[in-house]
Design a protein around this ligand. Structure first.
Ligand code: SF4
Length: 420
């Protein structure tokens, strides 16, 4: 727990939180599990966003009722992670809107039900927006149990922030990052790169501008940077503009130059470019997201949350009710069956491992992944596709491992699909 937290939050039943965070695993060699908690409300919907996020004023959110519902769902699902908890990620939406006391109750309940933790402690990340993160709220989140904050900076240019529909300005973004750092937690800054605010090329972000923004946030002392490209989603305002030819976008060459310039600049500052969109100082990788990319199980809690849990030779992928009202009504009626569920067989699981594992700098151990899920690593088509991709510089094949060189990272989706 960081800083001076004033009133203590309720203690877990099975020991104090410090013990819980540092307790060794139960001697069981089991794969770690992450827990994802979705908080579905934002002050304003961004025009490019297709996440499950719903506009609501902070005072109109039932903070306590939502925490109670998530804890009730947790009680119905905790068998799936007991003894294996590695990370918790509270995403959204805008979780920094959640009353810290209520968020703290949820975190405490998750830690309590887990019963045993990894010896290195549980990574607990909370996503934060600059418009709802100041010194006081950052301290509150740290006192609630967060030991990592991911701040949605997105950009440090007023025109770009307005184009993206964000509520904060550049000064507010930097102040939020400083507040998170002052709370004594690990900090990630989310940036968007390659944004165009108009069709005229003078309004397309240059590689130098993207680099300058990335270096400004690293100068503040963050240990992790995520640099995303804009994805145009069909069911959003940007998707509609794009269909009508009214959405300005940077060209592929500008995007590739921006991506590589950002990568080189951050590496020169000691950040490892460890995943297509993610950079970390030593020891600062997001353990939660690495768990996704390695194919570990994760429990999803809350409205619209996805989860994946291994069930013998297959895996269950589920999704909770996609809007807050339906989610809350179902939990109130003690209906814990997921809104949607599908069983992933061995082939589907291996395809997913390939798609996600190739996002990592070190790629994936294809043969180990295939053995784990019970699928064939090298059917004839994959052998042929691998040879062809290697000859085009899109893939490196080293023993049982496959990885994508940085220069070809922007083609990862096509490379992965060719290996299916
Ligand atoms: S703040 Fe994030 S989750 Fe909320 S609408 Fe904007 S992009 Fe979506």
């Amino acid at each position: 727990m960081a800083g001076n937290c004033g009133e203590p939050t309720p203690e877990p039943r099975h020991g104090d939180r410090a013990q819980l965070l540092g307790a060794p695993p139960n001697g069981r060699a089991m794969k770690p599990v992450g827990v994802y908690v979705h908080f579905p409300w934002c002050l304003k919907k961004c025009p490019y966003c297709d996440f499950a996020s719903f506009e609501r004023a902070r005072d109109d959110i039932d903070h306590r009722g939502y925490a109670d519902a998530v804890i009730a769902e947790l009680d119905a699902r905790s068998d799936d992670y007991r003894g294996r908890l590695e990370t918790i990620f509270v995403g959204g939406g805008t979780p920094s809107l959640w009353e810290p006391e209520e968020l703290g109750r949820v975190l405490t309940a998750i830690l309590e039900r887990a019963e045993a933790r990894s010896s290195s402690g549980v990574e607990i990340t909370v996503e934060c927006n600059p418009s709802s993160l100041d010194d006081e709220s950052a301290r509150g989140l740290a006192c609630a149990g967060a030991n990592r904050m991911s701040v949605g900076v997105q950009g440090l240019d007023q025109a770009r922030l307005e184009f993206l529909g964000r509520l904060h300005d550049p000064g507010g973004a930097l102040a939020a990052v400083r507040a998170a750092l002052a709370a004594g937690v690990r900090v990630n800054a989310d940036l968007m790169i390659g944004i165009a605010t108009g069709f005229d090329e003078t309004r397309h972000q240059t590689p130098d501008e993207a680099v300058a923004e990335a270096l400004t946030v690293t100068d503040l002392g963050v240990g992790h940077v995520s640099a995303y490209q804009l994805t145009v989603e069909a069911k959003t305002r940007f998707g509609e503009l794009d269909r009508r030819g009214h959405l300005p976008l940077v060209g592929d060459d500008r995007m590739a130059a921006t991506f590589l310039a950002t990568s080189r600049a951050l590496e020169a500052r000691g950040f490892e470019h460890y995943e297509i969109s993610n950079f970390a100082k030593p020891g600062e990788r997001s353990r939660h997201n690495v768990g996704y990319w390695l194919g570990h199980d994760y429990l999803g809690l809350g409205c619209a949350a996805y989860g994946t849990v291994t069930r013998g030779a297959s895996a269950l992928r589920y999704r909770n009710a996609p809007n807050p009202e339906r989610y809350l009504a179902r939990i109130a009626a003690r209906e814990f069956e997921p809104h949607e569920a599908e069983e992933l067989d061995a082939e589907a699981r291996l395809r997913e491992r390939i798609m996600l594992g190739l996002r990592l700098r070190e790629g994936l151990d294809l043969e180990a992944a295939a053995e784990e899920v019970g699928a064939e690593a090298w059917p004839r088509e994959r052998v042929r596709a691998t040879r062809e991709l290697v000859s085009r510089g899109r893939l490196v094949h080293d023993g049982s491992r496959l990885r994508i060189p940085r220069e070809a990272w922007l083609f990862t989706d096509g490379t992965a699909a060719a290996l299916f």
